[in-house]
Design a protein around this ligand. Structure first.
Ligand SMILES: [Zn+2]
Length: 414
């Protein structure tokens, strides 16, 4: 199974927006953009919401059938490991092997030594086409990369072989993710990680490193744009070189996690994938849930009341809801409106505060991030929430489609 050049990961917390999401890729077709959908959902999200991998497969298949989509689409077992993969074997054909927890722990000395030995030819001055100055590689550089990442890639190998044994090695796409680590990976580290992946004989087609800067949930990138650009540019050169050098799949491409809403990065990413003629996968997840709340608020009446209730509950359970996301959100509590103030808002005020239009004077990224992590509140509401989704389907669907197409697919891929 070979992944297409451009793919977009569309997470969907409550599994009601498959159709609206697929409509965004259809709109892309009409605009001449060849992007393919990947429905991704992690074990963590399934657990919080109370859904199963089979539900996501059913949602994707139903959307595809309803709209007559004849092209490729995927269902991604997002951030799985050996402990969680079993539930995803039937439903998924895309596996994101998350080995971040294994980084920084050393593999057996023998394996480390053997990796350093096989990398001997790169010690010295390493020139990679597309990168201006050569990298100076010492034996220590290689040994340090091995100590940091070899155990993790060995674990990825174990997960890959496990899935391959159950599904047949040609029937799925493999992604390796090391994005949920404490520090970003440098292009040189990426090069050695790819060498290790080849050494484990994993036919990885997407790789998700941790990039420099903050990829906070549901809001724009925070960091040094010039530094990001340099790093992303070099990562693309490293991937192209590694494909040839290590015999990795020609389809291998970068995967950007927490990729939604990083509006200031999109012009850079767009320019660089064109420059390198490179593929790209971008994962979005919570952005669709935020559009559900936006749509509910826009509908006025009960939908707006539900939106206010979600905020009130999220505000009351701030510590509990934000704790699991501490490293990927930045909420200034002093800039959060009180629930009493929000109670007085009309539909337009709520929508404009939440919707990701940074130029709007009412937009509040603190409010947006708190709602982002507040999906647990809606999950607890159960059918009261999902019934509201059904009752306001048209208005929500319009928000979901517009968000994915206009604010994501267009600036990233067109
Ligand atoms: Zn991720």
């Amino acid at each position: 199974m070979q992944i297409e050049k451009y793919t977009i990961g569309t997470g969907d917390r409550f599994a009601h927006q498959g159709l609206a999401q697929l409509k965004a890729t259809l709109k892309a077709r009409e605009a001449g953009i060849q992007v393919y959908p990947v429905w991704n959902k992690s074990n963590r999200e399934h657990t919080i919401v109370g859904s199963k991998p089979d539900d996501l497969r059913a949602e994707a298949d139903a959307a595809v059938a309803a709209l007559g989509w004849k092209e490729a689409y995927y269902v991604d077992a997002d951030h799985i490991g050996l402990k969680t993969v079993d539930a995803f074997i039937e439903a998924s054909d895309f596996y994101t092997l998350d080995v971040a927890d294994f980084t920084g722990k050393a593999a057996k000395q023998e394996a480390l030594d053997s990796f350093v030995a096989t990398m001997g030819k790169y010690i010295g001055s390493l020139s990679i086409p597309g990168i201006e100055r050569p990298f100076e590689i010492s034996k220590d550089t290689v040994a340090a990369a091995a100590r940091k990442f070899l155990l993790a890639v060995q674990e990825a190998g174990r997960i890959y072989r496990y899935v391959a044994e159950k599904k047949g090695r040609n029937d799925f796409v493999t992604e390796i993710s090391v994005d949920e680590t404490d520090t970003p990976q440098t292009p040189v580290e990426l090069f050695f990680i790819l060498a290790m992946i080849a050494g484990e004989e994993i036919p990885a087609q997407t790789i998700a490193p941790k990039f420099t800067g903050r990829f906070n949930k549901g809001v724009d990138y925070v960091g040094d744009l010039a530094q990001f650009e340099k790093e992303f540019d070099e990562d693309l050169s490293v991937i192209a070189f590694s494909i040839k050098e290590f015999g990795l799949p020609a389809t291998l491409k970068l995967s950007v996690h927490s990729g939604s809403d990083k509006f200031s990065l999109y012009p850079i990413i767009n320019r660089l994938i064109k420059k390198h003629d490179a593929g790209l996968h971008v994962k979005t997840a919570g952005t669709t849930w935020l559009e559900e709340v936006t749509g509910l608020a826009e509908s006025g009446k009960e939908g707006l009341e539900l939106g206010k209730e979600i905020y009130r509950e999220a505000y009351a359970h701030f510590d509990e809801l934000t704790a699991p996301y501490a490293t990927v959100i930045d909420i200034d509590r002093s800039k959060l409106p009180t629930p009493e103030a929000v109670q007085e808002w009309d539909s337009a005020k709520y929508v404009n505060t939440l919707r990701h239009v940074q130029s709007h004077p009412d937009y509040n990224q603190n409010f947006r991030q708190l709602i982002h992590v507040g999906f647990k509140v809606a999950a607890k509401m159960g059918s009261r929430y999902t019934d509201a989704l059904k009752a306001n389907e048209a208005i929500i669907a319009r928000n979901v489609t517009e968000n994915i197409f206009d604010r994501h697919i267009k600036p990233i891929f067109s």
